[in-house]
Design a protein around this ligand. Sequence first.
Ligand code: SF4
Length: 78
Amino acid sequence: MKCRKCAACCIAPSISSPIPGMPNGKPAMIRCIHLNENMLCDLWGKAERPKVCENYSPNPEFCGNSFEEAVRILNSLQ
Ligand code: SF4
């Protein structure tokens, strides 16, 4: 699946590992501070980008067909 760059995965899930500037990770439904105005990750390609983010790949099972559907699915997995 090609990423539609909706950024649901940078907003909906909680992330327990530290993120630069977010030492305790990210609570669910809180926008990551590295998500820029173009809905892209400012840490893309940088060593400090969390491993959990690097390891995440778009997948219809998690991403659904829209931002709203992805948020619903990702929240149900919390
Ligand atoms: S670090 Fe980047 S990929 Fe990870 S949640 Fe934040 S914006 Fe998204």
